[in-house]
Design a protein around this ligand. Structure first.
Ligand code: ADP
Length: 269
């Protein structure tokens, strides 16, 4: 690993002694680089739909001015591009809100069973549109934990939405829960929620970086499906606020399993 140092040379006037000091600023340098990469990525992601919009505006005000069929087609594409920008800005705002709250421990009493039920109800229309069957493998027992209900809803919405979108048509998506009385990493009772699809899966080389902002395993597919590349980054930050973890298991051609592990009431975290 490369380290970055700040080097200063001082002279103590009275004695004429020279003091050379090194300060490890690797962390700051990395944070600065990440910030610059992020701004460059955001600019690029916004510029692509914006360039398309500008092109269509020009065509509509010139060559296609008096062609109603072309007008309708272009307006449709423009509306899609505007929606893409809107989704990106929405996800950026979510990410910044989640990051701002990351150090504030959530205290609301939440029933995870309710949150999963609402997630499935909200996403049922998307599943029907994609010929995907959603299978809930959890009971009605309340699963109590301290959390932020809106943020937890966002976690499961992002994961189930990805499973529906990337899993492809005629797929089944399973959502299962299991409780473990003593999770080794959490030193206490934990809740595990798995979202499993049987789609094309993800090449394992991508798994370690999948929760990075704008990292996509299949960039073409993500864009075609309207993805912003921020969904899993948002999931990661929300889980970190809840002292939870995300485990991703997948192999190409074998579907994917996203497992959320959350401490239940009583865990020593
Ligand atoms: P996106 O907006 O691109 O979906 P995410 O952060 O939600 O962004 O996901 C990051 C990447 O992970 C996606 O671009 C996709 O390549 C991959 N991915 C996520 N979920 C799945 C899944 N269930 N099956 C296959 N690939 C997936």
């Amino acid at each position: 690993k490369e380290l970055t140092f700040d080097v200063t040379l001082r002279m103590v006037e009275a004695t004429g002694t020279l003091i050379l000091s090194f300060q490890d600023i690797t962390h700051e340098a990395e944070a600065g680089q990440m910030r610059r990469d992020f701004v460059a990525n955001v600019s690029h992601e916004l510029r692509t739909p914006l360039t398309a919009l500008m092109g269509f505006i020009e065509t509509l005000s010139g060559p296609a001015k008096d062609d109603p069929a072309a007008r309708e087609r272009f307006l449709n594409i423009m509306s899609g591009e505007a929606e893409r920008m809107n989704r990106l800005v929405g996800d950026l705002l979510s990410l910044s809100r989640v990051e701002a709250e990351e150090r504030i421990k959530p205290t609301t009493s939440v029933n995870l069973t309710d949150i999963l039920t609402i997630t499935l109800r909200n996403l049922n229309p998307l599943a029907v549109d994609n010929d995907v069957k959603l299978v809930a493998e959890f009971g009605t027992d309340p699963l109590p934990l301290r959390g932020d209900p809106d943020q937890l809803l966002q976690v499961f919405t992002n994961l189930v939405e990805n499973a529906i979108k990337y899993g492809g048509k005629n797929n089944t998506v399973e959502i299962k829960t299991e409780t473990s009385l003593r999770d080794p990493a959490l030193r206490g009772p934990a809740m595990r929620v798995s979202v499993v699809d049987h789609g094309p899966g993800i090449d394992p080389v991508h798994l370690p970086r999948l929760t990075e902002r704008f990292y996509r395993a299949d960039s073409h597919r993500s864009r075609a499906l309207g993805g912003t590349g921020l969904g899993l980054a948002i999931v990661k930050h929300i889980l970190s606020r809840h002292r939870g973890r995300l485990k991703i298991m997948s192999e190409l051609g074998k579907g994917a399993c996203f497992k959320v592990i959350l401490p239940l009431d009583g865990a020593e975290v």
